[in-house]
Design a protein around this ligand. Sequence first.
Ligand SMILES: Nc1ncnc2c1ncn2[C@@H]1O[C@H](COP(=O)(O)O)[C@@H](OP(=O)(O)O)[C@H]1O
Ligand SMILES: CCc1ccc(OS(=O)(=O)O)cc1
Length: 100
Amino acid sequence: MSCGYLWFEEIPLPAVDFISEHLREDCESFVFKDEDVLILTYPKSGTNWLIEILCLICSKGDPKWIQSVIYLIRNPRDVLVSGYLYWSTSNFIKKPESLE
Ligand SMILES: Nc1ncnc2c1ncn2[C@@H]1O[C@H](COP(=O)(O)O)[C@@H](OP(=O)(O)O)[C@H]1O
Ligand SMILES: CCc1ccc(OS(=O)(=O)O)cc1
């Protein structure tokens, strides 16, 4: 189970060309500004959809919305199939060997 993934905070992520130590360093050194918005999603769970929603909310000009939390959830089985199909044809990610 541990092979073929980029492990971070005990979460298996699609393997890309960097290592979890670099990811941790980036997380720990990142300085947030008050106006920053944090999007935290698992790949293929609807990240781009959420970005669109946030941009639409943001463009209404009301800064109070950033104090809200939008909880996005997608059936993990759909995430698995979506990732399998997408990463099977991507060149920047290690190709999954199977759905298992
Ligand atoms: N409004 C919505 N409702 C449900 N799934 C959505 C959605 N908008 C995007 N998605 C799905 O989210 C996946 C992409 O996620 P991400 O943006 O994190 O990479 C795609 O899955 P599929 O590959 O199953 O079509 C896409 O169809
Ligand atoms: C850090 C692991 C990771 C995250 C997002 C990725 O992009 S995509 O959602 O598959 O397009 C790839 C790897």
